[in-house]
Design a binder for this molecule. Structure first.
Ligand SMILES: *[C@@H]1O[C@H](CO)[C@@H](O)[C@H](O)[C@H]1NC(C)=O
Length: 338
């Protein structure tokens, strides 16, 4: 609206108009940044400049002392380093963009630390829902170890998140088909875990986004959340048998997961929640809640130095680089008997 008159500044009148436009623009920018600052007043944690509006997932890589974030339309991974003092983490550096997935989006990401590699989930660029793949890359060199196509011909899918077990098998959720793809440590497809039990509630509102965040529990099972339904499942990856975790409290809109200990699980989302179980995840209770910068949409959780950090999908800013936030979550305790 203002751009045209600000660009043409010739006569003295037009110069004055240009100054007015400039100051109106400056005031608008100030108001906008004040609103964002207000909304983000409790954020804390990490703020960095990065390419593009969307970053779906960020995980702490302890060995490299950096966050690794999936770059959505960038189709790859960026690293974020910094001293962390005052939230100054500088700019992201893109460390990997796989040319074979150009035009797709990069979503869930897992650091498979024992094997020193990173697993990255790729999906079609919405509103297309076909292509699904998992890539594995060496942590230091970013050499690709495998790129495995997961969707069957003609199938509608939306691959979303990934977890690895202690042997390096990988498990990828399909939030559209409500199933889990299994892959060997070398990236060979090992079949799918699909079960009507994953759909606990009927209706499109309860199934808009299905199976999403996934973690591997050291006792040998997967925990996976159904985002729209809010149900948490405990899945035996070997047999495919599963049960619904009886959760006291709501996990609706739960997205990425991270285990803090065998009994405590962080669930990123709107809001992010802390869930605890004392019976090996037969039952569980939502014990904490963290809202954070809600307009940015919390989407994944990770642990750095014992603290939970929540990645937010949406970056903001007027320039080419957007400001992205990985907020340190302080969970407000909830009454145990909710
Ligand atoms: C679905 O899960 C239930 C509960 O574990 C199990 O009894 C059933 O056999 C499973 N169905 C399939 C098709 O795997």
């Amino acid at each position: 609206m203002c751009g045209g008159c600000c660009r043409r500044q010739r006569g003295p009148d037009e110069k004055a108009r240009g100054r007015r436009c400039g100051s109106v623009f400056a005031v608008l920018a100030l108001v906008a940044s004040a609103v964002v600052a207000f909304l983000e007043g409790t954020a804390g944690g990490v703020s960095y400049a990065g390419e593009g509006w969307f970053h779906e997932c960020a995980k702490w890589d302890a060995e490299g002392a950096r966050f690794l974030a999936s770059t959505f339309f960038g189709g790859g991974v960026a690293e974020v380093r910094g001293d962390g003092e005052g939230g100054a983490w500088g700019e992201e550096q893109v460390v990997m963009a796989d040319p074979d997935v150009k035009g797709r989006v990069a979503l869930g990401l897992a650091v498979d630390a024992p094997r020193r590699r990173v697993l990255v989930v790729y999906a079609d660029r919405p509103p297309r829902f076909g292509y699904a793949a998992l890539g594995a890359y060496e942590l230091g060199s970013w050499r690709r170890l495998f790129l495995t196509r997961l969707d069957a011909p003609g199938e509608s899918t939306f691959a979303d998140d990934v977890a690895a077990d202690e042997d390096g098998n990988a498990y990828v959720t399909d939030s559209m088909g409500c199933k889990i793809w299994k892959l060997s440590p070398d990236g060979e497809p090992l079949g799918v875990i699909k079960n009507a039990t994953f759909v606990q509630r009927t209706g499109p509102l309860n199934n808009f986004v299905g199976l999403n965040g996934i973690v591997y529990h050291p006792n040998g099972y997967l925990l996976v959340v159904h985002t729209s339904g809010g149900d948490l499942f405990k899945v035996d990856p070997k047999t495919g048998s599963l049960s619904v975790v009886d959760v006291r409290g709501s996990l609706k809109q739960g997205d990425g997961l991270e285990l803090l200990s065998p009994t405590r699980l962080a669930v990123a989302g709107m809001p992010s929640r802390l869930v605890e179980s004392s019976d090996d995840w037969e039952t569980a209770t939502v014990t904490g809640r963290y809202v954070g910068p809600i307009h940015r949409i919390g989407s994944s959780a990770t642990v750095k130095d014992g603290d939970v950090y929540i990645n937010h999908i949406v970056g903001f800013g007027l320039g080419k680089k957007k400001t992205h936030i990985i907020a340190r979550a302080v969970f407000a305790p909830l009454a145990a008997a909710s």
